[in-house]
Design a protein around this ligand. Structure first.
Ligand SMILES: Cc1cc2nc3c(=O)[nH]c(=O)nc-3n(C[C@H](O)[C@H](O)[C@H](O)COP(=O)(O)OP(=O)(O)OC[C@H]3O[C@@H](n4cnc5c(N)ncnc54)[C@H](O)[C@@H]3O)c2cc1C
Length: 416
């Protein structure tokens, strides 16, 4: 069923009784060409591009809960491509370009909104670093503007410019950055993949792997053994656990990251604003809630909830930037599991175990990567070689020392 203004009008006239389910509730088949483990954004995007671009449609996505129940439905929805290092910059810019045409391609309203991302700086040194990053972006054809304090005040007059402990000196602005509705992205990919023949199987946890002669030939689930020519892991915060079932140890730690929403208010924040003197960022949802987040909780965990100490820390940083925040009631907070790689950059690669492929290490930034991650992982699964934009995201870089140290903080995700 195509979604359009005409189908909406037809349904409105018939009491909305003709809508069909967005994706098929597929029965498990005994074997597939490719099984993707994990029904988050990355797993579903991979399945979609496998079917759409590479015409591989004997594909199943196995999700232990419901699709989007992981980070895909828990993140703060920011999309951008304002990276410094070329390996990340080119990949994330490709992703942003895919976001720009995603809704037309999927025929689904993912509420992609290029409302701009402002990264504030609060010292000369930080200003220099942002100018460098902006220059790197522009040299790669990516939009970037350096604003002074007056320029920031014009866009975001509600910030504390006059009494702040860390005065705002300017910002790096990417106007093409913004937000997208995270669960709609999951549903859009699921619907489009299902239309092309992909089986989406929810409530189907992968609990082990079937091995034959050193190669993996299938997965064990509560619904029985499912055979597959290739198995792609896209389980984000559960990467070390699931890879561990196959006997693979990953250079990844799982950490909790929390997000927060307030009661709804009238339109206030035009885009995304990120505080440079700490780790705090904020935007406003289309319903009016302010949506914000900050740092990791700082300890390893597989629980999708965080601690009160971090709630206090994030809110303190928010108040330092935007004191009016203290007048709002916070409605909800939740946590997600971050697959923190040891250099802050992702992995899209084959593994040393035959037929097992890995997509992981997305750290804080995997939502914006969803389309490009799916595109490149599908390429890897279909062609057995890395896509040129993901050719640096190899697993062996942790062995050879060719790290992509985007934030320059080394192997300490808890200290980001
Ligand atoms: C609070 C928070 C805020 C964030 N904000 C942003 C942001 O603003 N911008 C941005 O770019 N990124 C952000 N991120 C990061 C981003 O959400 C993740 O990097 C990205 O969603 C990870 O990929 P995914 O969507 O495929 O993961 P997930 O949605 O977590 O998908 C993995 C799936 O695998 C399933 N699974 C796990 N184990 C098994 C198993 N054994 N068998 C079957 N299925 C299994 C899980 O249930 C889960 O559904 C944020 C994350 C959090 C938690």
């Amino acid at each position: 069923m195509r979604y359009s203004i005409f189908s909406l009008m037809r349904q409105a006239l018939s009491g909305h009784r003709g809508w069909t389910p967005a994706w098929r509730d597929a029965a498990v088949k005994p074997a597939y060409d490719v099984v993707i483990v994990g029904g988050g954004g990355h797993g579903l995007a991979t399945a979609y591009y496998l079917a759409k671009v590479h015409r591989i449609t004997r594909v199943a996505v196995l999700e232990k809960n419901w699709i989007g129940s992981g980070n895909a439905g828990r993140n703060t929805t920011i999309i951008r491509s304002n990276y410094l290092l070329p390996e990340n910059l080119e990949f994330y810019e490709f992703s942003l370009q895919l976001w720009e045409r995603l809704e037309q391609q999927l025929n689904y309203n993912a509420m992609v909104s290029q409302r701009g991302v402002l990264n504030l700086f609060h010292s000369d040194a930080q200003g220099d670093a942002f100018a460098r990053r902006g220059n790197a972006m522009r040299m790669h054809g990516v939009d970037a503007e350096l604003l002074d304090a007056r320029g920031v005040r014009r866009l975001a007059p509600f910030l504390d410019f006059d009494t702040a402990r860390f005065p705002i000196m300017g910002a790096l602005l990417q106007r093409r950055g913004g937000t997208a509705r995270h669960d709609a992205v999951v549903w859009g990919y699921a619907r489009a993949a299902s239309d092309l023949g992909v089986d989406i199987i929810q409530g189907c946890e992968v609990q082990g792997f079937v091995k034959e002669g050193g190669a993996i030939v299938g997965v064990q689930t509560p619904r029985g053994e499912i055979r597959a020519g290739k198995i792609g892991l896209a389980v984000a915060g559960s990467s070390s656990l699931v890879a561990g079932l196959a006997g693979l140890r990953l250079p990844i730690e799982s950490h909790v990251l929390q997000a927060f929403v307030t009661e709804a208010v009238k339109p206030l924040i035009p885009g995304v604003v990120a505080f440079g003197a700490g780790h705090f960022y904020i935007s406003q949802s289309d319903k009016g809630s302010l949506v914000f987040g900050g740092d990791l909780d700082g300890y390893n965990s597989y629980a999708q909830r965080g601690s009160l100490a971090t709630v206090e820390d994030v809110c303190t940083q928010g108040m330092a930037l935007m004191p009016m925040l203290g007048r709002l009631r916070m409605l909800r907070s939740w946590g997600g599991l971050m697959d923190m790689s040891m250099d802050g950059s992702p992995i899209i690669d084959v593994t040393p175990i035959k037929n097992l492929y890995l997509n992981a290490g997305w750290c804080y930034g995997g939502f914006k990567a969803t389309p490009a991650s799916g595109w490149c992982f599908a390429h890897m699964l279909a062609r057995e070689e890395p896509h040129e934009l993901a050719s640096h995201f190899r697993l062996d870089r942790f062995h050879s020392g060719h790290l992509i140290d985007e934030k320059g903080v080394g192997a300490q995700p808890n200290l980001h």
